[in-house]
Design a binder for this molecule. Structure first.
Ligand code: SF4
Ligand code: SF4
Length: 98
């Protein structure tokens, strides 16, 4: 899991994005929709031959907008972090998963 480090603005991440590389079709809608620009397209191709969306590793606010923008069921899961830096896997609350 990506650790919730402080971002460049000094704020701690409030969310965490996971993209299922097997479901993503690389349309880029989540990238366009993400307010803090926390997603990019990977150089890696999935089994469909698409470059997949990838979380930058920091900056997610947990807003869920990428989830709403994604047309592929199961491609995006947004986790909201309950606590700051010391958050553990079991302390993460799933708030949006299609
Ligand atoms: S939940 Fe919001 S901030 Fe986080 S990656 Fe998705 S659109 Fe960006
Ligand atoms: S919107 Fe969904 S399918 Fe499109 S690039 Fe993002 S994760 Fe992949």
């Amino acid at each position: 899991m990506t650790s919730p480090e402080k971002t460049g603005t000094g704020k701690r991440d409030r969310g965490l994005l996971r993209v299922d590389g097997n479901e993503c079709k690389g349309c880029g809608l989540c990238i366009e929709a993400c307010p803090p620009k926390a997603i990019h397209l990977s150089e890696q191709l999935n089994h469909y031959g698409y470059r997949t969306a990838t979380y930058n590793g920091s900056g997610c606010t947990g807003c869920g907008i990428c989830f709403l923008a994604c047309p592929e069921p199961g491609a995006i899961t947004v986790l909201r972090l309950r606590h700051g830096v010391a958050v553990q896997q079991q302390e993460v609350l799933a708030c949006a998963s299609n």
